[in-house]
Ligand binder design. Structure first.
Ligand SMILES: Nc1ncnc2c1ncn2[C@@H]1O[C@H](COP(=O)(O)OP(=O)(O)O)[C@@H](O)[C@H]1O
Ligand SMILES: [Mg+2]
Length: 272
């Protein structure tokens, strides 16, 4: 579905991405995780063909994204992709309903009735039905974010990217948003989902499999429970320090591995 191999890109002298390699299969859900500034958004832009890497290959649904010459081919691929950027990117001069319609009109062959049905269904699913005829500036940040997420999924994409979907939201709203993405997307089989975030807790709540980026490379790729206890030292450290301080009950809710719970709580917070 998605494949990056040896992707390199530089903006200044030092390359931001040196060697990014990972793939995502149909129906897979992954957390693209790494510290702020490590290049997550850049990776998503490369996948969308908005940035051209200096080296490496990028394949989306069998199409070579880097080599795509024609706008027609690019559009064909992008039609199957849903994208929610961190900054909502909603049109301020369109109502919520018009924003959703705009995406569907440009990216799908849905009939008017189908679009109507989807708008109702999606807004209801994220509990903002009443906003249908409102403009984005009339909504709270959390509501705008919901519209952005729903819009990314409105077109029933084969692949959907969510860039920092919960940044700046309170923990309760964050959880609602994450569950929403999972529930909505779960309705369609084989939809590949990627959530890019620098928040460990968000990443592990969303996905079992993490692709972790650090200093321009993928430093870990696998189930987070394994990475937490048996990953490379930097990865273990990165994951652990952000999970320290959670209360034990919450840790159980996250289903943290017993080994970690033993280390952290039984040993009084000592990290081996
Ligand atoms: N088009 C660009 N031109 C110059 N610098 C860029 C460009 N895009 C990203 N960068 C730089 O690359 C770094 C990482 O960007 P980004 O991909 O947004 O990281 P992340 O999403 O992981 O926080 C930032 O320091 C940013 O300034
Ligand atoms: Mg980013």
């Amino acid at each position: 579905m998605i494949q990056l191999k040896g992707v390199k890109i530089s903006f200044g002298e030092e390359p931001l991405l040196k060697n990014i390699t990972f793939s995502v299969g149909p129906g897979e859900r992954i957390g693209l995780l790494g510290p702020g500034g490590c290049g997550k958004t850049t990776i998503l832009k490369i996948l969308l063909g908005l940035l051209i890497p200096d080296e490496g290959t990028v394949t989306m649904m069998g199409h070579d994204v880097v080599a795509m010459k024609s706008d027609t081919e690019r559009r064909q691929v992008l039609r199957k992709v849903g994208m929610a950027f961190q900054q909502g990117a909603l049109f301020d001069f369109m109502t919520v309903r018009e924003n959703l319609f705009f995406a569907m009109e440009h990216m799908t062959d849905f009939s008017k009735e189908e679009m109507d049905r989807r708008v109702k269904m999606l807004l209801q699913a994220v509990k903002i039905s009443r906003t249908e005829d409102q403009f984005p500036f009339e909504l709270s940040g959390g509501m705008q974010r919901r519209v952005g997420i729903v819009r990314a999924l409105a077109t029933d994409p084969v692949v959907a990217f969510f860039d920092e979907p919960t940044a700046g939201l309170d923990p309760v709203t964050s959880t609602i948003i994450l569950n929403m993405i999972r529930d909505l997307a779960g309705k369609t089989n084989d939809q590949a989902l990627v959530v890019a975030t620098s928040n460990v807790e968000i990443a592990i709540r969303f996905a079992d499999r993490l692709v972790i980026v650090h200093e321009g490379q993928v430093v870990a790729d696998g189930p987070w429970r394994e990475l937490l206890t048996d990953g490379p030292p930097w990865v273990q450290h990165f994951l652990r320090v952000r999970l320290i301080g959670l209360d034990e009950e919450y840790a159980r809710e996250l289903d943290l591995p017993q080994k970690f719970i033993d280390w952290h709580w039984r040993a009084g917070g000592a990290v081996p």
